[in-house]
Design a protein around this ligand. Structure first.
Ligand code: PLP
Length: 361
């Protein structure tokens, strides 16, 4: 095996940390996939070997998330960003209305794309407060085809802890908290998630959609942009992202063996608690968002003294902590603590914060 350098504690927002065991299995499969004498990178997507991967990946998504046969599970390319337009293109008629909740940059991008296809009713937004909370007071019009929301706001560090009660199906961009906690699958008409935050490497987007919803607008669509093409072709109408799907499957196997969503939620709550407790008690740091809406995935915080920003990043670097610099629209720090982030790494970050307070307080 190739020697590796010291493994850093990666708090990056995405592409992000995956379980160490997954890195190792994936590395092995690049050299020799399941003792086939071939690399996973060179096998046909129509081979028996890969077929087994695709079948297991879909079965794991269904089992972990509780999706029955009325849903199609698709592995697509183009990132979550392509779903911003693909969802309304497939589901929203020109003279119909969709309700959107605006809770950050990703929601705004979804809104912009949806306007190309139908009427978009932005029923609530926290933009005026720089997206520091999740809007709670809004009414979803009964005549909307769907309600679109971003379940976790990767950049601003807010998250829905409860999904709205509505009469219409919800479309959710779950890119940054997919499979991080239990949820009621039946509330959703469509869920999409770019894999690179919580599910696998960049290059594949998980899409779960209610089959009987498809084709409802009658709009003519290019084959590749029509969900039905991928439902009919089992996500293999064209060459799918073979390696990203394989790594996603390994990550879901890991999640299932851990105990699924109930187990990972406990783990994620425990990690977030030790970090938020430190932010709230350490005099040199402060949180950026409303406490009740704090994300369990992306923890955003600021130095009380702006001069401390570079100093703290330097302290993190010395502790082999990487990826905690905040997004430019919030500043300060963002620690992304996705499913695969070990509690020990979060504790290390807390230790560095405490040490920092002793030295600079
Ligand atoms: C990262 C992210 C996206 C964009 O994903 P791509 O795969 O890069 O297109 C969209 N929505 C959310 C919530 C994200 O975190």
């Amino acid at each position: 095996m190739v020697e590796t350098t010291i493994k850093k504690h990666n708090f990056s927002a995405g592409p992000a940390i995956l379980p160490q065991s997954v890195f190792e299995e994936a590395a092995q499969a690049v050299l020799d996939f399941n003792g086939s004498g071939l690399s996973i990178l060179e096998i046909s997507h129509r081979s028996k070997n890969f077929d087994a991967v695709a079948i297991e990946a879909e079965a794991l998504v269904r089992k972990i998330g509780g999706f029955d046969d009325s849903y199609a599970v698709l592995f697509l390319s183009g990132g979550a960003s392509s779903q911003f337009f693909m969802a309304p293109m497939n589901l929203l008629g020109e003279n119909e209305k969709a309700a959107y909740l605006d809770t950050g940059s990703w929601s705004s991008k979804a809104i912009k794309e949806a306007k190309l296809y139908g009427n978009v009713d932005v029923i609530a937004s926290s933009k005026a407060d720089n997206y520091t909370h999740i809007p709670k007071k809004f009414q979803v019009p009964d005549d909307a085809v769907y309600l679109h929301l971003t379940s976790n706001n990767t950049i601003f560090g807010t998250q829905y802890h409860e999904f709205p009660e509505t009469k219409v199906p919800i479309i959710a961009d779950m890119s940054s908290d997919m499979f991080s906690r239990p949820f009621d699958a039946n509330k959703f008409g469509l869920i999409y998630a770019g894999a690179q935050k919580n599910l696998g490497p960049a290059g594949v987007t998980l899409v779960i959609v209610k089959k009987d919803w498809l084709g409802r607008t009658g709009r003519k669509l290019p084959s590749m942009l029509d969900y039905r093409t991928h439902v009919d072709g089992g996500s293999m109408y064209n060459t799918p992202p073979v390696f990203p799907i394989y790594v996603l499957m390994l990550t879901l196997r890991w999640l299932k063996n851990l105990g699924g969503l109930t187990a990972i939620e406990k783990h994620n709550q425990a990690k977030a608690k030790i970090l938020y407790d430190e932010i709230d008690s350490n005099p040199l740091f402060k949180g950026t968002v409303a406490k009740e809406d704090r994300s369990l995935m992306n923890v955003c915080f600021l130095p009380v003294n702006p001069d401390h920003e570079a100093l703290f990043l330097d302290a993190c670097k010395k502790a082999e902590i990487s990826g905690v610099k905040g997004h430019r629209s919030v500043g300060g720090f963002r620690a992304s603590i996705y499913n695969a982030m070990p509690q020990d790494s979060v504790q290390l970050l807390v230790d560095v914060m405490q040490d920092f307070a002793v030295k600079h307080g």
